[in-house]
Design a protein. Structure first.
Length: 169
């Protein structure tokens, strides 16, 4: 039987994203509750101890040896791998970006777009793209520092005390 994450969800007999893990003590399977929609994937984290599982857009960090996990982020609709192998940049429904390295959230941007990203790409030490504004029916450029998550531009107005923004060192 697959181990359900979260456990209460498994009591309903639902099937989500099922992933098999091979460990020093044998193999086991996890059944991950999917989010509202988005990516499905499984990737080994660079530290080698954890696995990133995306189930219907929800990002889970799994410790296969301990058969344990935690939900990290919801609503992941796109993901870019950082070329040096140090994690991923994740789009949260085309509204904000987050960087995950090994088993941790490094930073999370403020809201950058009203309704979606386009031309999202890595450019040296920055992530660049455009965010959509439905009121003007146009796209506005933005840039995010790859190390800290500090951003400039975007189609969504910058607000003091934005609770989404969590900058890294």
């Amino acid at each position: 039987m697959a181990i359900a994450f979260p456990a209460k969800w498994g009591e309903l007999g639902c099937e989500g994203k099922v992933v098999e893990f091979l460990t020093s003590s044998g193999s086991w399977s996890g059944n991950f509750q999917p989010g509202l929609g988005g990516l499905d994937a499984a990737r080994a984290c660079s530290g080698g101890r954890h696995v990133l599982v995306l189930a219907g857009g929800d990002a889970w960090i799994v410790d296969p040896e301990r058969r344990d996990c935690r939900r990290m982020l919801p609503a992941i609709d796109a993901m870019l791998e950082v070329p040096d192998g140090s994690g991923w940049i994740m789009s949260r429904q085309g509204l904000a970006l987050a960087r995950v390295v090994d088993a941790g959230l490094v930073w999370h941007t403020r809201r950058l777009s009203w309704d979606g990203f386009d031309r999202l790409h890595l450019d040296g030490d920055e992530i660049r793209g455009v965010g959509y504004c439905p009121m003007r029916d146009d796209w506005t450029e933005f840039a995010v520092d790859l190390r800290t998550g500090s951003s400039r531009g975007g189609s969504y107005p910058i607000e003091d005390g934005d609770t989404w923004e969590q900058l890294g060192d």
